[in-house]
Write a protein that binds this ligand. Sequence first.
Ligand SMILES: [Cu+2]
Length: 176
Amino acid sequence: MPVGLDTTVRKQMKLKSLALIAALACGAAYAQNVEIREAWIRTSVPGQNATGAFMKITAKDGVKLVGASSPAAGVAEVHEMKMEGDVMKMRAVSGGLDIAAGKTVELRPGGYHVMLMDLKAALQKDSTISLTLVFKDAKGAESKVELKVPVSTTAPGAVAAKAGDMPAMDHSQHKP
Ligand SMILES: [Cu+2]
């Protein structure tokens, strides 16, 4: 009886470690399932406490964006903007932002964004900021995506589409 018990325990332990390896392998493949394009972080001026990170997120399997972090910010949160009466209000997305399978969700000014708060320094144009996004799959397993995000005054798509308008826009946004 004691021998049989011992074998059972050992079997369970083996199973557990196999499950862990499977989870890790899954996490790696899963991170590749999440595609992030056109990420950018808006510049900030000295003394400014917060700014936003924007991007397009696509996932082959449905996921939720549940969190973020960056060495440039004390706090990073997934936010949404919503009209409440005549007032545009911003708040943390509770329970995570749904990224439906195969659909692209755009984080953009005036909509969903990753809010970087408690900024440690002004974010200069053309610098690069590390940003980590945390996703959760349907089973609740978390995975992280590490990004190097350019700091800019406008979205990368807007630069390409409105090249002619850029100098004026750049200038106005550079005023401290
Ligand atoms: Cu916000």
